[in-house]
Design a protein around this ligand. Structure first.
Ligand code: NDP
Ligand code: 2IT
Length: 444
């Protein structure tokens, strides 16, 4: 059995019943095969065995009280995966589907994504199986305080810097920061995605969606075209989806469909973003309410069918494995030429294969959605300097980071013999920096 395969078998055995983690590892390993052929010293140093084993995994009880005085217990997670190139960095996800396998897949992806940004950030992820849906502000606050009541022991501006992800936005980061500050009596950049009044960065809210579209523009440039005049479908209607819509529209695209976990809306005139923002960011309601406000729009129950809406550009921005082989086939048949993953691992491995085989420009999540964490890195830099940069300056930096990520992935794909395959390119480019750092730092 070859080295890559034998380590993967070990990963499956040691991490049984964690299919999302296996999926993320398998994809990276497949891309890295040629790297290990070229660098036998990596095998000797046990790089793969080390990189799939988190440096530290923290699991904790989160007891909190609802508005009626009833006590609930959730489970909290923080996985500090790899610190070879910087302090641990990665978001927190609050969603009932969260378990150790989800946090592990996300933490593993984060190692390579953070490396691709070119900034000094290691990989981590955390979260809880807490469901924020239908909870009052007071309940959200008490949960966030309880969660931080344990997490604060393990994080720090120079050790581990969490941020948002699904179910964790500005409101939750604010409550967690307040509790962290109270417990430690410190004030620094220990969390990113903070409010602008207390150390947050301009553009962080928009960053993942904007970055995903900047990445798409680079892929379209390679096809001698641009976003101008393109029909776009975006799954999800959360933070990433909303700002992907905003940037795609600014660049001349028309977004005709968006979704939430219940279903999707279609508006042939282009989805009105102000209505979506009001519904999702302010009122925290369901996307189906959109059709009551725009007469030409239609709502369809079931979110997976969104990929049957014809488009040239598809941006999956909701969750893992939301776009399968069948949906990929329909997208291709309908003339889709570019797919960029705003979400983490939204396309199944079979869907990815089909896109690559049919020469659809495909931007994998760890490259295409790296704008969020990159801007978190910019927030950390501003916090350390005790300075705030302007929107324009920060957006310019984000744009140049996304252009560079596309370039490094494209060049690595060419260097290792699979031109145009940005999955291989992103995995290899992200891995190489971490591998060099691990080699230089010895067996630790
Ligand atoms: P939000 O919580 O703001 O929005 C999530 C959106 O996805 C909602 O529309 C939600 O619908 C939908 N969704 C969530 N879970 C499911 C599910 N199981 N099935 C179908 N739809 C679902 O999260 P974000 O926008 O921040 O995150 C979206 C994706 O982007 C995630 O994969 C995240 O990991 C990734 N990402 C986020 C970054 C960030 O900076 N926020 C950075 C990089 C990647 P509903 O409201 O019905 O639950
Ligand atoms: O998946 C991701 O990159 C994020 N949720 C953002 C992480 C961060 O630290 O900003």
């Amino acid at each position: 059995m070859d080295y890559v395969k034998s380590v993967f078998e070990q990963v499956k055995k040691r991490n049984a019943n964690e299919p999302e983690f296996h999926q993320a590892v398998e994809e990276v390993f497949e891309s890295l095969r040629p790297v290990f052929q070229k660098h036998p010293e990596f095998e000797h140093a046990g790089l793969l065995e080390r990189i799939v084993e988190p440096e530290r995994q923290i699991l904790f009880r989160v007891p909190w009280t609802d508005d009626r005085g009833k006590v609930h217990v959730n489970r909290g997670f923080r996985i500090q995966f790899n610190s070879a190139i910087g302090p641990y960095k990665g978001g927190l996800r609050f969603h009932p589907s969260v378990y150790i396998g989800i946090i592990k897949f996300l933490g593993f992806e984060q190692i390579f994504k953070n490396s691709l940004t070119g900034l000094m950030m290691g990989g981590a992820k955390g979260g809880s199986d807490f469901d924020p849906k239908g909870k009052s502000d007071g309940e959200i606050m008490r949960f966030c305080q309880a969660f931080m009541g344990e997490l604060y022991r393990h994080i720090g501006a120079d050790t581990d810097v969490p941020a948002g992800d699904i179910g964790v936005g500005g409101r939750e980061v604010g409550y967690m920061y307040g509790q962290w500050k109270k417990l430690t009596t410190l004030f620094n950049g220990v969390l990113t995605g903070k409010g602008l009044d207390f150390g947050g960065s301009l553009v962080r809210t928009e960053a993942t969606g904007y970055g995903c579209v900047y990445f798409t523009e680079e892929m379209l440039k390679d096809r001698k075209t641009s976003m101008e005049g393109k029909t776009v479908v975006i799954s999800g209607s959360g933070n990433v989806a909303i700002y992907a819509h905003q940037k795609a529209t600014q660049l001349g695209g028309k977004v005709v469909a968006m979704s939430d976990s219940n279903g999707f809306i279609y508006d042939k005139n282009g989805i009105n973003l102000e209505t979506v923002k009001q519904l999702k960011e302010v009122e925290r309601k369901r996307i189906k309410e959109y059709v009551g406000k725009h007469s030409g729009a239609q709502y369809t129950e079931g979110c997976a069918k969104i990929w049957t809406v014809p488009c040239e550009v598809a941006l999956p921005c909701a969750t893992q494995n939301e776009l399968d082989e069948e949906s990929a086939g329909v997208l291709i048949k309908n003339g889709c030429i570019a797919v960029a993953e705003g979400a983490n691992m939204p396309s199944t491995p079979e869907a990815v294969k089909l896109f690559l085989k049919n020469k659809v420009s495909f931007g994998p999540g760890k490259a295409a959605n790296a704008g969020g964490v990159a801007t978190s890195g910019l927030e950390m830099a501003q916090d350390s300097q005790r300075l705030n940069w302007s929107f324009e300056e920060t957006d310019k930096k984000l744009h140049s980071i996304m252009v560079n990520i596309h370039k490094s992935a494209k060049e690595a794909a060419e260097e290792y013999g699979t031109p145009g395959n940005l999955v291989n390119g992103a995995n290899i480019a992200g891995f190489m920096k971490v591998a060099r750092a691990m080699m230089a730092q010895g067996v630790v």
